[in-house]
Design a protein around this ligand. Structure first.
Ligand code: ZN
Ligand code: ZN
Length: 186
């Protein structure tokens, strides 16, 4: 954490976060997790407020104690505890680094929905690093078997040849338009 001059809004935010977490735990150390046990959403993240705006509690905490999250970056929970709002446990990283780290951490822990399985859910393919397909499911990243995802696409195309042909044709027209637009701009 940097020691900068905090704005009035940040100081109010800090008081708010500390008041909230002290209701459920005594903040004994600054290196411990600050658990937000008051109101967690379905995914296990706390809900908080900053400058009158509702947002994730960890985000509100980071804004209050550190500052704005750099553009395009996401806050990674270094402690892997979603309920934690300790700004020292939050690291702004790109989305790719964020999911890579989550995979790595859960492989080490052998827990959570990131837990490393040896075989895919169909029991057909080994879940090696080059066979992992990360799909964003409404803010949650799921680890899928790349082989099965590819096979699913192939099967769908076999079962829906007309729809697949339509999509192919639409893509072809789009690509053609894009090439024409590129030509014009050159
Ligand atoms: Zn933590
Ligand atoms: Zn598979």
């Amino acid at each position: 954490m940097q020691s900068t001059e905090f704005t009035q809004q940040q100081l109010i935010g800090q008081a708010y976060v500390l008041e909230r977490i002290s209701r459920v735990q005594r903040v004994a150390g600054f290196d411990e997790c600050w658990e937000w046990n008051l109101k967690l959403n379905r995914d296990g993240y706390g809900h908080g407020r900053f400058a009158g705006k509702g947002m994730s509690a960890y985000r509100a905490s980071y804004l209050s104690f550190v500052g704005p999250v750099p553009r395009g970056l996401h806050l990674d929970h270094l402690c892997n505890n979603r309920a934690c709002v300790n700004p020292a446990h939050l690291d702004p990283v790109t989305r790719v680094v964020n999911s890579k780290r989550a995979v790595e951490r859960d492989r080490l822990n052998g827990t959570g929905h990131w837990a490393q399985r040896e075989m895919c859910s169909k029991g057909l393919h080994a879940m090696t690093d080059d066979n992992v397909y990360l799909r964003d499911m409404g803010g949650r990243t799921k680890r899928l078997c790349a082989e099965c995802v590819l096979e699913g696409g192939r099967r769908w195309r076999r079962e829906h040849p007309e729809r697949a042909a339509e999509i192919n044709a639409a893509n072809y027209i789009k690509q053609k338009a894009r090439r024409a637009a590129l030509k014009q701009s050159n």
